[in-house]
Design a protein around this ligand. Structure first.
Ligand code: ADP
Ligand code: DP6
Ligand code: CO
Length: 345
């Protein structure tokens, strides 16, 4: 995939046309962003803190193309008249995990590219691959959208700072803004700032991959429904404010037990807004509950590990880097796992 002529840095030249290649890391929150106070200005209902993970990432290539390139790609894709409409009126080409995306999905990413280009006459082809399951609650939108933002920064010759890129990225996907900082990042709902949080703890995660399928309700739609209808939502926002302050304190004090305990509590509170939405729903399945119990039992037997879940059934286990190998050995007996240290950015 990366066999084209490479001219150093992040920039490549293909037949004299500039193209760029970037990598960006996913992040998993230990204090969750769940709800938008103002979707247009991208002000979240809750401040959040996350770990940026070295072994969960997206690789994205981007280049300029013209109308003819789009026509050829679409014609190649259209095998039956039926699906012709799906690819109509596309102004860019967007390949996600090797598949050409339809107009609806492409338009979403085109709007993100609009944040960098003068107008739509500057057409682009984006080819992006996630090394983790997409849209399964494993934070593919955080690495995916931050990668697009990084690629735009390169392709359009901008030289925004990490903070500036994070601020742009939140409009692509809120969680992606935190992927510009690491090992630990925060997004403050009141100041709007996105920044690195200092701690001497060397944190790590083990993802228990229980179901790789695309979720039925996206994070965006899920949190919107909860913010609008959950009877617990106000309480969630209030408690989350306290969680954010305490988590920063525990991280500064390097108190892993408190960090872990609060990580679990905060995740369960987020999921309570989902259970109390109207109509109520869940991202969990039987295996999710089993895995949560498994983690709790290990802890009762002296292991230092805590669970957290996002908008999907998969369980992530928070642990210390020093215990990663031992714990991975235990979990891999029972589960398909992704083991990851954090990354310093
Ligand atoms: P997740 O839990 O995986 O973050 P979300 O519902 O938040 O799930 O977001 C999934 C969406 O993010 C996908 O449907 C797609 O639109 C977008 N996405 C995922 N990976 C990429 C990528 N590599 N490049 C661009 N967009 C991506
Ligand atoms: C549960 O960033 O995926 O993962 O901003 O609408 O794109 P949009 O949603 P997204 O939401 C992430 C929610 C979460 C918790 C978190 O990462 O903080
Ligand atoms: Co997401």
């Amino acid at each position: 995939m990366w066999s084209r002529e490479y001219l150093g840095g992040e920039n490549l030249i293909k037949k004299g046309v500039k193209m760029v290649k970037v990598k960006s890391y996913a992040n998993i929150a230990i204090v969750k962003y769940w709800g938008k106070k103002d979707a247009e200005k991208m002000i979240p209902s809750t401040s959040s803190i996350s770990l940026t993970l070295n072994d969960m990432f997206t690789e994205t290539e981007m280049e300029f193309i013209n109308d003819e390139d789009i026509k050829i790609a679409v014609e190649k894709e259209i095998k039956s008249e039926n699906c012709k409409d799906k690819f109509g009126d596309m102004t860019d080409l967007f390949y996600l995990n090797g598949e050409l995306q339809d107009s609806v999905h492409t338009e979403k990413i085109s709007k993100v590219v609009d944040l960098f280009r003068k107008n739509r006459s500057q057409k682009v082809k984006i080819s992006t691959t996630n090394n983790m399951p997409t849209a399964a609650g494993l934070s593919s939108s955080s690495s995916g959208l931050s990668a697009v933002i990084k690629a735009c920064n390169e392709l359009f010759g901008k030289s925004y700072t990490q903070s500036e890129l994070a601020q742009i990225s939140k409009f692509g996907s809120g969680s992606s803004s935190r992927s510009f900082f690491g090992p630990v990042a925060a997004w403050d709902k009141d100041t709007g700032e996105i920044y690195e949080v200092k701690t001497d703890l060397r944190l790590a995660m083990i993802v228990l991959v229980l179901n790789e399928n695309k979720k039925e309700i996206s994070s965006r739609n899920g949190m919107e429904l909860c913010a609008k209808t959950s009877t617990y939502f106000d309480e969630w926002v209030k408690q989350s404010e306290i969680d954010f302050i305490n988590m920063k304190k525990y991280l500064a004090e390097n108190d892993f037990e408190k960090v872990g305990t609060l990580t679990e509590e905060n995740a369960l509170r987020m999921h309570k807004t989902i259970e109390t939405a109207n109509p109520p729903f869940t991202y969990f399945n039987e295996k999710t509950y089993e895995a949560m119990d498994f983690v709790k039992n290990l802890r009762n037997n002296g292991e230092k590990c805590y669970f957290t879940m996002d908008a999907g059934p998969n369980v992530k286990v928070l642990c210390l880097e020093e215990d990663l190998e031992k714990l991975a050995g235990i979990f891999e007996e029972k589960y398909k796992i992704i083991v990851s240290k954090t990354v310093k950015l």
